[in-house]
Design a protein around this ligand. Structure first.
Ligand code: PGA
Length: 252
C-alpha cells in the first residue's frame, strides 16, 4: 500500500511572509489521509520545520550537494537539510538539469547523499516537448530513471516524480492516457530493476497540477500523488489539491 503524497515545490518563491500559507494549510488539514509536503527555499526550511512541528506538514529541500562537506560555495549538503528539519529533498528537477547542467549521474550521487543523510529523495524525470514529438519519451525517461536512481534505493526512501518539461508552468498537461502510459512504464521499469520492491516506489505526476485538474489526474492508475509548483504557493490553491488526493486515498 503506497501512501499518497501531495508535494509542493515553492522553487525560488517565498519569504517569511509566506509562512501564513503553510499555517493555513496545516489548519485546513489537521489529520490528512495523505502526506503533505512543502519544499520552500532553503532559507525558510528551518523556520518552516518549527512551524510544522507537531503537525502533519512535512518539509523538504529542493536540491542538495552530493558531497557531505567541503569547498562548494553556495551549496548545501543533505545532512545540513536534515539538521534544518527537512525530511525530503527534490533532486534532478528539470530546472536544475537545465539551469545547472545536472546530469543523471549527478542526480544519482545526490540521491545517494540524501539517503545517507536519512532524507527521502524525490527524483524527477521527464521529457521535453521535442522529445515527445519525436516519440522518444519512454527512451528518455527510461534513461533518466536508470541513471538517476541509485542501486541502494528502496520504495521507502525514493519517490519518482514524472514531470514532462513542457507541462511545467505552462498550464498544459498530458492526456490521461499519456500519464497512464508513462506511469505504467515507470512501474514496470522499477519492478524489472528492484523486483517486488519496485511496487513500493511512489510515482508522482508533476506539471501544471491545479485545483481544476487534480481529481482527474489522481484517478489515473499508478499516480500516487503530485509534485506541484505554482499551485502550491497559495493555501487556497493547494488545499483543494490535497483534498482531492485525500478522497482518492479514501477509496482504496
Ligand atoms: P508547476 O510546476 O506545477 O508550476 O507546473 C511543477 C514543478 O515544476 O514541480
Amino acid at each position: 500500500m503506497r501512501r499518497k503524497l501531495a508535494a509542493g515545490n515553492w522553487k525560488m518563491n517565498g519569504t517569511r511572509a509566506a509562512f501564513a500559507e503553510a499555517k493555513a494549510l496545516i489548519a485546513a488539514h489537521p489529520a490528512p489521509r495523505c502526506q503533505i509536503l512543502l519544499c520552500p527555499p532553503a532559507t525558510l526550511i528551518a523556520a518552516m520545520a518549527e512551524i510544522a512541528e507537531g503537525s502533519p506538514l512535512l518539509v523538504g529541500g529542493q536540491d542538495c550537494h552530493a558531497d557531505a562537506a567541503g569547498a562548494h560555495t553556495g551549496d548545501i549538503s543533505a545532512a545540513m537539510l536534515a539538521e534544518a528539519g527537512a525530511g525530503f529533498v527534490i533532486l534532478g528537477h528539470s530546472e536544475r538539469r537545465a539551469d545547472h547542467a545536472e546530469r543523471d549521474e549527478d542526480v544519482r550521487r545526490k540521491a545517494d547523499a540524501a539517503l545517507a543523510a536519512g532524507l527521502v529523495a524525490i527524483v524527477c524525470v521527464g521529457e521535453t516537448e521535442a522529445e515527445r514529438d519525436a516519440g522518444s519519451e519512454l527512451d528518455v525517461v527510461g534513461r533518466q530513471l536508470a541513471g538517476s536512481v541509485p542501486d541502494g534505493a528502496t520504495g521507502a526512501d525514493v519517490v519518482i516524480a514524472y514531470e514532462p518539461v513542457w507541462a511545467i508552468g505552462t498550464g498544459r498537461t498530458p492526456t490521461a492516457e499519456q500519464i497512464a502510459a508513462m506511469h505504467r512504464f515507470l512501474r514496470e521499469t522499477l519492478v524489472a530493476r528492484f523486483g517486488e520492491d519496485g511496487h513500493a516506489f511512489r510515482l508522482l505526476y508533476g506539471g501544471s497540477v491545479k485545483p481544476g485538474n487534480a481529481r482527474s489526474i489522481f484517478a489515473i492508475p499508478d499516480v500516487d500523488g503530485a509534485l506541484v509548483g505554482g499551485a502550491s504557493l497559495k493555501a487556497e490553491d493547494f488545499k483543494p489539491i490535497v483534498a482531492a488526493l485525500e478522497d482518492c486515498a479514501d477509496r482504496e
